[in-house]
Design a protein around this ligand. Structure first.
Ligand SMILES: Nc1nc2c(c(=O)[nH]1)N[C@H]1C(S)=C(S)[C@@H](COP(=O)(O)O)O[C@H]1N2
Ligand SMILES: [Mo]
Length: 411
C-alpha cells in the first residue's frame, strides 16, 4: 500500500517536474501570456456587455430605457457577441496552453493571496470553458442539456467577470510594481526582483530572447491569429451579408430558407400549421377600451406600412428583409388605444417555447412595429408566421412572434 503511494508520489513529482520544464520553453514566456490575456480580456468585456444588453432586452428592468432605434442595433450587438465568443476559442486555448505549467507550480498555495489567486484562476478557466462550450452548442442548435441555457450562460458570465476582477485585484501589486519599475530611471539598475509567478514581470534587459525564441513565440501568435481569423471568416457571413458565401462554419446562412430567409422553428415543429391555415382565423386585439377580432382579409384592407427590418436571432445570425403589414399602434387604436403598459402577445403555436411574449410600450409606440402580413411583397410563408407575425425594430428574433393569435394591452 505504502509502496503504491510512494510510486504515485514519485510519478506525480515527475509530472510536476516535466510541467515546470515545459514552463521555460520559449513560446510560453510571460509576454505571450500577457498578450493572450489582454486579447482575452477585451473579448470577455465585449461578450459581457453585449450579452448584458441582450439579457435586458429579453428581461426588461423597469428603470433601464430600451431603444427600438437604430433598427439594426441588436443585429450588431448580438452578431458581435457570438462572433467575439467564437473567436475567443483559439485565444482561450492558447492562454491555457501558455499558463498550463503554472497549474503545476509547487507548492500549490503559499498563503492567502496565492490561494485567492489560484482559486480565481481555477474558476476563470473552468467557467470560461463551460461558457464557450454551451454557447457553441446553442448556436449549433444542439440543445442537449436540461438546464436553461440563458440562465446558466448569464450566471457564468457574472462568475467570469468576478473572477477576472479578483484576478486583477490580486495582481495589482505586481502590475503597479511593474509600472513603477519602468520609468527611464538610469539609477534603477537594482530592479525589484521579479515575482515568482508574475503576470507582467519587469523586463530584464540582459536576457533578450534569442532569435529562435522570438520566432517560436511569433509562431504561437500567428497560429492563434490564423485560427481566430478562420473562425471569423467562416462564421461572420451569418450576420455580415457580404461575407455570406464564406460562412461555411455557420449553421444558418442568409438567403437560405423559404422566401430567402432562414427559419429557426417551422410551423410543423411548433404545432402551429393546422391553426395557421384555418380559413376562420382571426387576430384578437384587446385595447384600452374594447376587444376586436380581425380576419386576414380585414387586416389586409387596413393601411399598410412597408419597412426593411432585420430578424436578429440571439444565436447570432441575422438578415434584413422587406416586411409589409399594419402598424401595431394603429390596430390598438381601433380598440381604444394602448394602456401604456405594453402588450402581451400569444401565438397559435402549441409546442415549445416562445409562444408568448411581452412587448414593452416603447415598441408598441414605434411606427415600425408591424403586424406583418407580407415578406418581400408576398404573403408570409407559413414558416415565417402566416397568417400574421410581429416584426419590431431592434428586438431579439426570439421575440418576433410568429403565427399570431392574440394581442392584449393589460387593462
Ligand atoms: N411563435 C413563435 N415565434 C417565433 C419563434 C418560435 O419558435 N415560435 N422563433 C423565434 C426565433 S428564435 C427567431 S430567430 C425568429 C425567426 O424568424 P423566421 O423563422 O421568420 O426567420 O422567429 C421567432 N418567432
Ligand atoms: Mo432566434
Amino acid at each position: 500500500m505504502s509502496g503504491l503511494t510512494a510510486a504515485a508520489s514519485a510519478r506525480l513529482e515527475r509530472v510536476v517536474d516535466a510541467a515546470r520544464r515545459g514552463a521555460s520553453t520559449p513560446p510560453r514566456r510571460t509576454r505571450t501570456t500577457v498578450v493572450f490575456g489582454r486579447v482575452l480580456g477585451v473579448l470577455v468585456i465585449v461578450c459581457f456587455l453585449t450579452g448584458l444588453y441582450s439579457h435586458i432586452l429579453q428581461n426588461p428592468i423597469g428603470w433601464v430605457p430600451l431603444f427600438p432605434r437604430p433598427v439594426w442595433l441588436y443585429q450588431v450587438t448580438q452578431g458581435t457577441h457570438v462572433l467575439a465568443g467564437l473567436v475567443m476559442i483559439p485565444v482561450l486555448l492558447a492562454k491555457l496552453w501558455a499558463v498550463y505549467p503554472r497549474l503545476f507550480a509547487w507548492p500549490p498555495v503559499t498563503g492567502p493571496v496565492s490561494l485567492l489567486e489560484r482559486a480565481s484562476i481555477a474558476v476563470l478557466v473552468g467557467a470560461s470553458l463551460v461558457e464557450v462550450a454551451i454557447g457553441v452548442m446553442n448556436i449549433a442548435q444542439w440543445y442537449a442539456f436540461d438546464f436553461s441555457f440563458r440562465r446558466v450562460h448569464f450566471v457564468l458570465a457574472w462568475v467570469i467577470v468576478g473572477a477576472v476582477l479578483l484576478h486583477i485585484a490580486v495582481k495589482l501589486p505586481t502590475i503597479i510594481g511593474f509600472w513603477h519599475a519602468r520609468p527611464a530611471d538610469p539609477e534603477a539598475t537594482d530592479r525589484p526582483p521579479a515575482p515568482t509567478w508574475p503576470e507582467q514581470p519587469a523586463p530584464d534587459p540582459d536576457q533578450r530572447p534569442s532569435e529562435t525564441e522570438v520566432v517560436s513565440r511569433r509562431g504561437a501568435m500567428i497560429a492563434v491569429a490564423a485560427s481566430a481569423g478562420a473562425i471569423f471568416l467562416g462564421t461572420a457571413g451569418q450576420t455580415i451579408a457580404p461575407l455570406a458565401p464564406l460562412a461555411v462554419l455557420s449553421p444558418r446562412r442568409p438567403g437560405i430558407g423559404p422566401q430567402g430567409l432562414p427559419v429557426n422553428r417551422t410551423a410543423t415543429e411548433a404545432g402551429a400549421d393546422r391553426a395557421a391555415l384555418d380559413p376562420t382565423w382571426s387576430l384578437r386585439i384587446a385595447g384600452a377600451t374594447s376587444t376586436i377580432a380581425l380576419s386576414h382579409r380585414e387586416l389586409q384592407a387596413l393601411p399598410q406600412t412597408t419597412a426593411d427590418l432585420p430578424i436578429a436571432c440571439v444565436e447570432g445570425w441575422s438578415q434584413t428583409a422587406t416586411w409589409t403589414g399594419v402598424p401595431l399602434r394603429d390596430l390598438l387604436d381601433l380598440a381604444g388605444g394602448s394602456t401604456g403598459a405594453g402588450v402581451r402577445i400569444t401565438s397559435l403555436q402549441v409546442r415549445g417555447a416562445f409562444s408568448r411574449t411581452a412587448m414593452p410600450q416603447v415598441y408598441v409606440d414605434d411606427p415600425l412595429t408591424l403586424v406583418a402580413l407580407k415578406l418581400g411583397g408576398e404573403d408570409l410563408d407559413i414558416d415565417h408566421g402566416f397568417p400574421a407575425r410581429i416584426i419590431a425594430p431592434g428586438r431579439p428574433g426570439v421575440m418576433q412572434t410568429k403565427w399570431l393569435s392574440t394581442i392584449e394591452a393589460p387593462r
